[in-house]
Design a protein around this ligand. Structure first.
Ligand SMILES: Nc1nc2c(c(=O)[nH]1)N[C@H]1C(S)=C(S)[C@@H](COP(=O)(O)O)O[C@H]1N2
Ligand SMILES: [Mo]
Length: 413
């Protein structure tokens, strides 16, 4: 534990309660440590070839958005990640959320056959094989993806429902700027349209400035090939922009002169290109994952409150926690390194006295943007003559109420 000096003193001051709480568990015989108490996992070809997790670990993704998955037509739609069980900042590939705009479309693509074409307003249209892409200089970066549909409401019970449409992985690939510079972007080529293999193309318009800044063409995810549900063999990654721009099963990038309306852009129908570009970047956001809705505190005493913070605007620079419903805020600790446009783990050392209370977290990013409350977002729109509710992305503060029996509830009113 890397507590700063003053923090450590504070932590030691609370030592009595802490020792009392933890000592209880430590005094019990360590049954789980008896050799082979639950049997032995014997060798098998499957265990040799590709590992599986313990059968005692049962964390699972769920269908998201009140739509059955598979639905009446056998289609899988949005699938949410179980972030209530997450530790650290990397989402295991098997638990990464899945966003689809058409449902259940997971094409089986032979990487030998796959090609990426760069065309449109370029001097030299190019076609790359996977092998050719892998010969180019690569980057490996930690980035979150978040669906614009990752919105909380009062009917949600768990953090998986309120916030499970975001995940963070270590992505490997080629910078899009490397490919665009090779192709030579022509004067006036201010946007790109990235296109996947589906009949509706899963296409999205991305501003050239973003394309050149940090967009990645990824073939690697968490140390192996990108998973089929995440776009195997190749996907776009537009770090910090809403997930729909990170086109999966990527096969074409067209350099164009303006924002083009695509099937994917129906959400921006009433917007001009400037508005569309502005709405693309995800604001500072955070959520407490433990304790969170549906969980149960076993009793009073010491707890490490833990959660995730992220922003499309760069690194998370500060996370604060409130235990009194947003009246007072105390700095949480950022665990490990805060990477740009990546989930960042924060924690807060807390002694629960058994009284009903409300936990909240608030993220500030390196641009100085601060995560708003739901009320503040409502006021923002009301001041512009719009209904005072959350439109588009929802990066509002999530309140969790803890009742005296230790049960944790969504406190959105
Ligand atoms: N080709 C294609 N790309 C796509 C989509 C799609 O349906 N087709 N869905 C988008 C949406 S809505 C989101 S939120 C992200 C989700 O990425 P993930 O499934 O890897 O989490 O992919 C985007 N890329
Ligand atoms: Mo999405």
């Amino acid at each position: 534990m890397s507590l700063k000096r003053s923090d450590r003193r504070e932590f030691l001051k609370r030592g009595a309660a802490l020792a009392g709480g933890l000592g209880l568990a430590a005094a019990k015989p360590a049954l789980g440590q008896t050799p082979a108490a639950g049997g032995i996992i014997t060798g098998s070809p499957e265990l040799v070839a590709y590992g599986t997790r313990s059968r005692f670990v049962t964390s699972e993704r769920i269908a998201h958005g009140g739509r059955a998955s598979p639905d009446a037509f056998g289609l899988d739609f949005h699938i949410a990640s179980p972030i209530q069980d997450s530790v650290g900042v990397i989402t295991p590939s098997s638990l990464h959320y899945v966003g689809t705009t058409r449902g259940a479309f997971v094409p089986e693509i032979d990487p030998q056959e796959h090609r990426l074409m760069i065309h449109g307003m370029v001097d030299r249209p190019l076609i790359f094989t996977m092998e050719e892409l892998k010969r180019l200089p690569s980057v490996t970066r930690l980035h979150f993806i978040e669906c614009a549909g990752n919105r909380a409401n009062r009917n949600h019970t768990t953090v998986q429902e309120t916030h499970g449409m975001t995940s963070c992985a270590e992505w490997t690939g080629v910078l899009l700027s490397t490919l665009l510079n090779e192709a030579g972007v022509q004067e006036g080529g201010n946007w790109i349209v990235a296109e996947g293999v589906e009949e509706v193309k899963g296409a999205s318009s991305i501003p050239m400035a973003k394309a050149m800044e940090d967009c990645m063409i990824c073939y690697g995810m968490n140390g192996e090939a990108v998973r089929p549900q995440q776009g195997f063999p190749l996907r776009m990654l537009a770090p910090g922009f809403e997930g729909i721009l990170s086109v999966k099963w990527l096969r074409r990038i067209k350099v164009v002169d303006q924002f083009y309306m695509t099937y994917n852009d129906y959400g921006h129908l009433r917007q001009d290109s400037d508005d569309a570009a502005l709405s693309m970047q995800i604001g500072p956001k955070s959520v407490i994952t433990y304790p969170s809705g549906g969980q149960q505190l076993p009793g009073t005493g010491f707890f490490e409150v833990s959660g995730l913070a992220w922003s499309g605007g760069g690194k998370v620079s500060r996370v604060e926690v409130s235990t009194d419903g947003g009246r007072n805020w105390i700095d949480a600790e950022i665990r490990g390194t805060a990477h740009p446009m990546a989930h960042t783990r924060f924690s807060f050392q807390w002694n629960w006295d058994g009284a009903a209370c409300e936990l909240q977290s608030r993220c500030t990013d390196e641009l100085g943007s601060v995560q708003p409350t739901r009320a503040q977002i409502g006021e923002f729109w009301a001041a512009r003559g719009q209904p005072p509710r959350i439109k588009g992305q929802d990066n509002s503060i999530q309140p969790w109420r803890i009742d005296r029996d230790g049960s944790v509830h969504n406190a959105i009113s």
